[in-house]
Design a protein around this ligand. Structure first.
Ligand SMILES: *[C@@H]1O[C@H](CO)[C@@H](O)[C@H](O)[C@H]1NC(C)=O
Ligand SMILES: *[C@@H]1O[C@H](CO)[C@@H](O)[C@H](O)[C@H]1NC(C)=O
Length: 141
């Protein structure tokens, strides 16, 4: 099936803007997350010329048998730690972000894991839904 050209343009626009819309400030890749403990997750919204109306985010973590075998978040999220609104506020030099305090489930196996951020926002007058994923490779301890 041939995609209507406006969709192709919108998809290209969306993917070129991907790096601009949202980032996981913490945990970064290489972080050790302790099972049964709470952790403060920092989700950043970089300044962007592109307006995207926030719908919400999900934060999740999944244990994997090896770091390279973690499923893609678009296929499987694992344990959902938060799902709901994303309403970042300004923190001076640190920019716009929102912190979420979540608890890492104690039933996860120790070892490699993937922390993921799923983000949905709406671009433009259409609007066009932008669904995107970010991740950090973590160690569950
Ligand atoms: C937000 O979370 C990060 C990472 O845990 C932390 O460094 C930062 O101080 C927190 N900011 C606020 C305002 O609590
Ligand atoms: C994690 O994010 C990186 C960088 O965007 C990507 O290359 C990688 O495929 C992602 N990992 C998974 C399991 O989706």
């Amino acid at each position: 099936m041939k995609l209507p050209s406006f969709l192709v343009v919108a998809a290209g626009f969306a993917s070129s803007a991907l790096a601009q819309t949202i980032n996981i400030g913490y945990p970064t890749s290489g972080t050790t997350l302790h099972r049964g403990k709470s952790v403060t997750v920092e989700i950043q919204r970089p300044n962007s010329i592109m307006g995207c109306t926030e719908v919400g985010i999900a934060l999740a973590v999944i244990g994997c048998s090896s770091a390279s075998s973690c499923p893609s978040p678009s296929q499987q999220l694992g344990s959902v730690l938060y799902s709901g609104p994303f309403t970042p506020t300004g923190h001076g030099q640190a920019g716009y972000y929102q912190n979420f305090t979540v608890t890492i489930p104690d039933y996860l196996n120790p070892g490699p894991g993937l922390f993921s951020l799923t983000h949905l926002c709406l671009i433009g007058a259409g609007p066009f839904p932008l669904l995107e994923f970010r991740n950090a490779s973590v160690t569950l301890a």
